[in-house]
Structures are given as structure tokens and as C-alpha cells.
Design a protein around this ligand. Structure first.
Ligand code: C2E
Ligand code: CA
Ligand code: CA
Length: 596
């Protein structure tokens, strides 16, 4: 492929530079060759007189001699007498006509004033013009110049046409992605612009498609399988767009299509694509995610339009629930908000705009009808100078996408450790702080070492930190999680599975891993109605946890009714607004002090 491309360029360069080089040669050797054919020496001498300064002149006494010259060297123009012995001028013209190799040489026939018939016959046999004897010097010179000028014009037109043809053939090859046969991104954007402006009555849509974890697929299988996937998808897209749309292979695992809106049915498109991928019988699911931009602003460039489709795609990529999204105002606002967050996060962390609140976790003694905090969860806040307090639900997902979460998490953990050391300095009985550990930390072990360093730095014990992880850590790296959990257990940390039951892998984790506590988000469980059924599920979770020797923490407990119900179900550890909202560190210290 590399070699082919470079040879295209070599050819293009040859056309451009070779052309110039040839012109250069012409201008250096600027005397053209003129063949004067006449049996009368005097006639030849007159013509020679006219042209010897300008041309390199060869003389021939008859047609036969002329042909010998023509065959043996390049001739630019022939002045040809018609009446000659051995071989006539007319015979020379006929010979030239039947030998296309020489047919391009312009011939001016020289005739006597009264020989109109011969002039006509000569012109019919391809002569470019005629000169009448006796010669008028200015007419002779003009005619020769005209004929040569015309000839050059024709040649340059022919050359231009050949050059255009070659370039357009090469352009076509450059516009096509070699592996899939679809348009390259550049050609796609260009042709999309032409299509949109050429069909103002049609509303078009851009669809951006990307394969989830394509890199992994390439690593698990081989490049050939990867190529087969891409080619299969390409031929599907090609069929989908037909003659009214365009399809492009943008980069390794991304495609784009342009379709008139009336042809767009995303459910059908994804279903068809899934079926195509399924037919390849690769044991790992190959899933495409898509984003759609329905053109509502024709003043955007096609590249900006494709960008919007891409943004819509990123909003659903790797989600379990949705495979495609449309670009709309809500998404636009969300994406802009994400951009602002991403731009400001670094200075915010450096300028101390992040801080941690602590939400107490209570133990309820049903018989004694008492309750007391036994731990607190550290929850991050962003004190933004203009926007006020920003909630983690707004910034954590952005940080998880761009990787900043690892730094912010470490900041929160250090705050928690510092806070624990303050509890000790105040002479309080230390209560554990539960910290959130984003799944992004589970790609390597380094966060465990970091936690151990923090404990040493603040002179703390592992039991003082409860670690909250979510099911996402299991989905992303199950083997890695097993190793890390083993290490955390052996170090003496307590591990909580947060948001238990919020996705399908919960039971898998309980089967495979050692977890100390489950956190069940009551608010979320009851959010969608079906209270009777949720009661049964909650009861089953609490019973199961007991049998597996795990504690259950109910979080999001907002009302006395919920609190009562949970206790009758056998859950006595609670977190929620009913007990306490998240407190700033001083308020939490005050709460702990009041217990003494
Ligand atoms: P989460 O870990 O499930 O934390 C519980 C969330 O529920 C907290 O929201 C808490 O304020 C809220 N909450 C507790 N009780 C109630 C209640 O009775 N009613 C209502 N409506 N809400 C209650 P918050 O602080 O906004 O945090 C949201 C999420 O952000 C957390 O959910 C957690 O996933 C994430 N988060 C917060 N801090 C951190 C952090 O330091 N690191 C990481 N990775 N994630 C964090
Ligand atoms: Ca949590
Ligand atoms: Ca939670």
C-alpha cells in the first residue's frame, strides 16, 4: 500500500515536473527543424532565405528523399512542393496519412498560383495550409507561424487531456480506502458537501459508527479477523447508502455514512449490522455504537457536522443500554458542560476548589431503640468560584472518561486520611472512613501501594479505611479485580460493594470474590415503583448477605417508614438523609465529640 501510494505521487510529480523539464529542454534547443521539399533549387533557396535564422533547415529534392529524412529524424514542419519527379508531394501526403506515427507533422504545400484544385486535394489529404508561388515573404512567414502555433495548441491540449485523465484516475484511487473500498475521510467530507449543496430539498444525516473495543478484538484474534470485520461492515454500509448516500472508512475502527433522512432507520441499521457481525461467527460480540447528526444548520462545514455525529456516538459508547444517540440540544449542552469541566478540573484541584464531606453511617440498636454513627462516607464536592458547589454526579463521569478521576480519588483519600489523623489528634475514638474507589483505579495495583503509603504517612491502620468499589470494576477487569481484592484482604482493608444490585454482574461478584459489606441504594431500588416486588428483592439480599457473612448497609434512607421497614427486614446499618446529610469535617467532628 505504502509503495503504491508513493508511486502515485512519483507519477504525479513526473507529470508536473517532467512536463516542466521538457519545456525547459525545448527552450534551450529552440530552433525547430524545417524540411523543405522542392525539386527546384531556386525555390528551396528562397524559402531557406526566409527561415534560416529561425529554423534548422533540411532540404530534399523529391518525395522519396523527403521520406528518408522524415523516417530518420524528428521534423517539426514540412514545406512540400506538389509537382516533383520520383515521388510527388501528393504521394508524400498520402504516405504520411497512412503512417500515423508521422501524421502529426504539419505540412504546408507549395503550389503555383493557378493550381486551386491541387490545393483543395492537398488539404483533403491532411495538409495544414498552402503557399502560393511566387512567395510573398510576410504571407509565408505568417502561415508557417500560424500552422506551428495551431499545432502546438493541439499538442498542449492533448497533453493536458492526458494529464487530466491520469490525475483524475489517481485522485479516484486516492479517494478510496484500499482495504474497504469505501471513501477516505477527506473524499467523504468533500463529496458530502457537494451532495448537500446539490440537493437543497433533501435533509441529510451524518452517522458516525465505531466498534467497541476493536483494539482488544485485534489482540484476541488476529489482524485478518479484524480486517474481515471491517470489510464486512464496509460492504453493509455500502449497500445501506446505495446511490443516494455516501459511506466512508474514517480510521481503523470508525466509519461514517451520509444518508437522506427518509432512508434513516437506526434500529434497523444496527440490527442489520449485528446480524452481519453475527454471521462472521467470531465468539466475541462485535458491537458498533453510533451517533447521528440530522443537519439542522447548513452553515456548518461537513467536518463540523461529522464532529457532532461523533459527539453523539461518544455519549453512548460502551453503554449497556443504548447503541446509538442523536445529537440534540440537550446533548450539546451536556457536552459543552463536560468540556468546561475538563478544562477547569486541573486548576481547580491545584487551587483547592475540591473538598470532602462526610456522611455518617449509623448502627441502629432496635431493642435499645438507640442509634450511633459507626463510620462515615467521604464524598467529594467542587466549590466552583462562579457556579457554586458542583455535585460529583456532574464531574465524576467526566473524570472517569478522561482519566482525571485517579488524581481526584487520591486527593479524596488523602483528605480522608488527614481527617482520620485529626480525629486522633482530638482524642476521639477513631471511626472508619469509607472512601470511593473508581473502577478506573483497578487497571493496576498502584493504588493499593498508594493507600498503604497514605496510612504510613498519617500513622493509620488499614481497618480505618473502608473501600467502596462498584460492579464496574468487575466488568472492566475481572481477573485484575480478583488479584487486587486478595491483596486488599491480606492488608486488612474492609471492602464494600457499592450500589449493589444496580447492574447484572452483582451475583457473579459475590460468587467469585470476598466482599465484607454490601451497600444497597434503597432510593434507587424503589425509584421505579413495584414496591411489593422490591420488598421481596431487598429481603432476599439481606438474607443472602447474612448467609454469606456480609453486612448490609442501606443507603439513601430518606424516611422513617423506610428506616422501620429495613429494620424489620434485618438491616441495621443505615446511611441517608433520614439520619444525616453529608457534613463538612468540622460538623462531623462535633458529632463525634458529642458521643463521648
Ligand atoms: P455514592 O457512592 O452512591 O454516594 C451516595 C450518594 O447518595 C451521595 O451523593 C450522597 O450524598 C447521596 N445520598 C446519601 N443519602 C441520600 C438520601 O437519603 N437521599 C438522597 N437523595 N441522596 C443521598 P453525592 O455525594 O452527590 O455523590 C454522588 C456519587 O458520586 C457517589 O455515589 C459516588 O459514586 C460519586 N462520588 C462521590 N465522591 C467520590 C469520590 O471521592 N470518588 C469517586 N470515585 N466517586 C465519588
Ligand atoms: Ca459510595
Ligand atoms: Ca452508593
Amino acid at each position: 500500500m505504502g509503495r503504491r501510494i508513493s508511486s502515485f505521487f512519483a507519477e504525479i510529480l513526473y507529470i508536473i515536473w517532467g512536463e516542466r523539464a521538457n519545456r525547459g529542454v525545448c527552450s534551450m534547443e529552440n530552433r525547430k527543424t524545417m524540411l523543405i521539399v522542392d525539386d527546384m533549387e531556386i525555390n528551396r533557396a528562397i524559402l531557406m532565405q526566409f527561415f534560416q535564422d529561425e529554423f534548422h533547415i533540411i532540404e530534399a529534392e523529391n518525395g522519396r528523399e523527403a521520406l528518408d529524412f522524415i523516417k530518420s529524424q524528428p521534423i517539426d514542419i514540412i514545406l512540400l512542393d506538389l509537382m516533383m519527379p520520383v515521388m510527388t508531394g501528393m504521394e508524400v501526403l498520402e504516405w504520411l496519412l497512412s503512417n500515423p506515427r508521422y501524421g502529426d507533422i504539419p505540412v504546408i504545400v507549395t503550389t503555383s498560383a493557378d493550381d486551386v484544385n491541387s490545393e483543395v486535394m492537398a488539404m483533403e489529404r491532411g495538409a495544414a495550409d498552402y503557399l502560393t508561388k511566387p512567395y510573398n515573404p510576410s504571407i509565408v512567414s505568417c502561415r508557417v507561424q500560424n500552422v506551428l502555433g495551431r499545432r502546438e495548441n493541439e499538442i498542449s491540449k492533448l497533453r493536458q487531456a492526458a494529464q487530466d485523465k491520469k490525475i483524475s484516475a489517481m485522485q479516484q484511487i486516492l479517494d478510496i480506502d484500499q482495504m474497504t473500498g469505501l471513501l477516505t475521510q477527506k473524499a467523504f467530507l468533500q463529496q458530502a458537501a457537494d451532495k448537500i449543496s446539490g440537493n437543497p430539498e433533501t435533509r441529510y444525516c451524518f452517522v458516525y459508527l465505531n466498534i467497541a473495543s476493536f483494539k482488544l478484538i485485534n489482540e484476541l484474534f488476529n489482524m485478518e479477523t479484524g480486517d474481515t470485520i471491517l470489510k464486512t461492515a464496509a460492504s453493509y454500509f455500502n449497500t445501506i447508502v446505495g446511490k443516494r448516500g455516501l459511506a466512508s472508512h474514517l480510521t481503523a475502527d470508525s466509519f461514517a455514512i451520509l444518508l437522506p433522512e427518509d432512508m434513516l432507520d437506526m434500529d434497523l441499521l444496527i440490527q442489520g449490522l449485528d446480524a452481519m457481525m453475527h454471521s462472521l461467527t467470531i465468539y466475541r460480540t462485535v458491537a458498533f455504537f453510533a451517533g447521528v447528526y440530522q443537519i439542522d444548520n447548513i452553515y456548518l462545514t461537513t467536518s463540523q457536522m461529522l464532529d457532532r455525529a461523533h459527539m453523539a456516538m461518544t455519549s453512548v459508547k460502551n453503554s449497556h443500554a443504548r447503541r446509538f444517540a442523536f445529537y440534540d440540544d440537550a446533548l450539546r449542552t451536556k457536552l459543552m458542560d463536560e468540556q468546561i469541566i475538563a478544562r477547569e478540573m486541573e486548576p481547580a484541584l491545584n487551587n483547592g476548589q475540591f473538598f470532602v464531606k462526610y456522611q455518617p453511617i449509623y448502627k441502629i440498636d432496635t431493642e435499645a431503640r438507640t442509634m450511633a454513627p459507626i463510620a462515615a462516607e467521604a464524598l467529594l464536592r467542587w466549590q466552583h468560584p462562579e457556579q457554586g458547589i458542583i455535585s460529583p454526579d456532574r464531574f465524576i463521569p467526566v473524570f472517569e472518561k478522561n482519566g482525571f478521576i485517579n488524581r481526584v480519588d487520591r486527593f479524596a483519600w488523602e483528605q480522608a486520611c488527614h481527617f482520620l489523623s485529626r480525629q486522633r489528634d482530638w482524642g476521639l475514638d477513631i471511626q472508619p472512613i469509607s472512601i470511593n474507589i473508581s473502577h478506573m483505579n483497578f487497571y493496576d495495583m498502584s493504588f493499593v501501594d498508594y493507600l498503604l503509603r497514605l496510612l504510613r504517612k498519617y500513622d493509620l491502620q488499614p481497618w480505618m479505611l473502608w473501600l467502596e468499589l462498584t460492579e464496574k470494576s468487575y466488568n472492566h477487569a475481572p481477573e485484575q479485580l480478583t488479584k487486587i481484592l486478595r491483596r486488599l484482604n491480606s492488608c486488612g482493608f474492609s471492602v464494600i460493594l457499592d450500589d449493589f444490585g444496580s447492574s447484572f454482574s452483582s451475583l457473579g461478584i459475590l460468587r467469585d470474590l470476598t466482599i465484607d459489606m454490601l451497600k444497597v441504594d434503597v432510593r434507587r431500588l424503589y425509584a421505579h415503583g413495584n414496591h411489593d416486588r422490591v420488598d421481596i428483592i431487598l429481603q432476599a439480599i439481606i438474607d443472602m448477605a447474612k448467609k454469606l457473612n456480609m453486612q448490609v448497609i442501606a443507603e439513601g434512607v430518606e424516611t422513617p417508614v423506610q428506616a422501620e421497614l429495613l429494620q424489620t427486614m434485618g438491616c441495621h446499618t443505615m446511611q441517608g438523609f433520614h439520619y444525616s446529610r453529608p457534613l463538612n469535617s468540622d460538623a462531623y467532628i462535633e458529632l463525634l465529640s458529642s458521643l463521648r
